[in-house]
Design a protein around this ligand. Sequence first.
Ligand code: ZN
Length: 259
Amino acid sequence: MIVIRYQSATGPAFGLVENGVAFALDGDLFDPARPVRRGRKIGPLADVRLLAPVAPGKIVAVGRNYADHAKEHGGEVPPEPLLFLKAPSAVVGPGEAIRLTPLSQHVEHEAELALVIGRTAKHVPVAKAWDYVLGVTCANDVSARDLQKRDGQWARAKSLDTFCPLGPWIVTGLSLDEVLNLPITCRVNGVVKQQATAGDMVFGPATLVAHASAAMTLFPGDIILTGTPAGVSPIRAGDSVEVELGRIGILRNPVLGDE
Ligand code: ZN
């Protein structure tokens, strides 16, 4: 199922897409007692204003989870997943601008596969972890490298406003194997900068859910960003950045200067 979040007459709402047509979604994505069904027709998907596909309570991200990216930053692959947090206020949707800021002179893209948590997860074993994932979407873990270095930790560098594009939608119902086979690509102005397969991750999605849920309870709608492969590069005002996850979709965001 392709799940969208869109601006309805009464505010943000979830919908679903079938054959290029958007429908409202009846039921509750995060409540098994209220299974989701196709609701009223909204119209052609192309006419729907998409929002970020979820408004996460928290964004758990993982550093150095692809060996080739760890190497390009002169770091080793960590012995266990290296978690950090990104502020939910940084989220923007497909097509929304990544806004540069005078605080940083060195901003880079990071194409990532994002896991959307479907139900409350606490101390989840690896073998059961995939059951807690609603689906996947594309993410760009936009990062201010100069602030990352200067601050010695990553809160500010990773959480600047608009530095977490998500979307364009959530694809649910995939098996873990299907997800591990997804190609991840990042293009800047049409030029391929990052290309990998999700299976290249050092710690896979199930391990990440288990590891994070051992430390902090994950709630429905929370996001896990699974790390970025090699090829990160600077982005500048006027650029267009695309993160593509195989047949999941393409997350496209323009880069604009400070207002
Ligand atoms: Zn990242």
